[in-house]
Design a protein around this ligand. Structure first.
Ligand code: HEM
Length: 151
């Protein structure tokens, strides 16, 4: 079935872009920026990174939802193994956390930087980092669920 393969491929590509991007940002980019740059350089850099990455995350979310529910309802006729239900639940939590990030701390960070309020921008960034850390763990669990298909 060709279209099932297309849906799974899109689902996998989108989840790798989202989770891999969080891994890079959380484990490599931010710690290096923290060590090497002072807040006046670091915070605008991180904001510029998030401006670009977050648009890809929205695209990934739309792709994951459309492909995931397409497979679930059309291919599986809503009769899926438990791991798919767990994946769906964790996925919806990840999307809720990302929406919170986008609408609250990320927006606050933009406002703070626009008015040169570095402490407020730093506080918003601290929230963003914690939430991305949670979503990174959830995302890795999702990849393991998808790859291992347990229970
Ligand atoms: C939120 C709603 C989601 C739904 C309804 C959903 C649904 C599904 C379904 C039906 C499959 C196919 C399972 C099979 O063929 O046995 C699947 C596979 C997979 N999903 Fe999801 N998913 C969702 C979210 C996510 C998220 C957020 C991620 C990762 C960030 C993810 C990662 C994967 C992976 C890695 C696979 C395995 C693909 C493969 O077979 O190679 N899913 N998902």
């Amino acid at each position: 079935m060709m279209s099932y393969k297309i849906a799974v491929t899109l689902h996998l590509l989108a989840s790798v872009i989202w989770v891999g991007g969080m891994f890079f940002a959380h484990m490599a980019l931010r710690p290096a920026a923290q060590t090497l740059l002072e807040p006046p350089q670091r915070l605008p850099l991180l904001k510029g990174v998030l401006d670009r990455f977050f648009l890809w995350v929205w695209a990934a979310i739309i792709t994951i939802l459309v492909s995931g529910y397409w497979i679930f309802f059309d291919v599986m006729s809503a009769k899926a193994a438990i791991y798919v239900h767990v994946m769906q639940l964790i996925g919806l939590v990840m999307i809720a956390l990302f929406s919170y990030l986008w609408f609250v701390p990320y927006r606050n960070m933009g406002r703070a930087l626009a008015s040169n309020d570095l402490p407020a921008a730093g506080a918003a960034m601290a929230v963003i980092r914690r939430v991305i850390g949670i979503n990174l763990v959830l995302g890795v669990i999702e990849l393991v669920l998808g790859a291992a298909r347990p229970f």
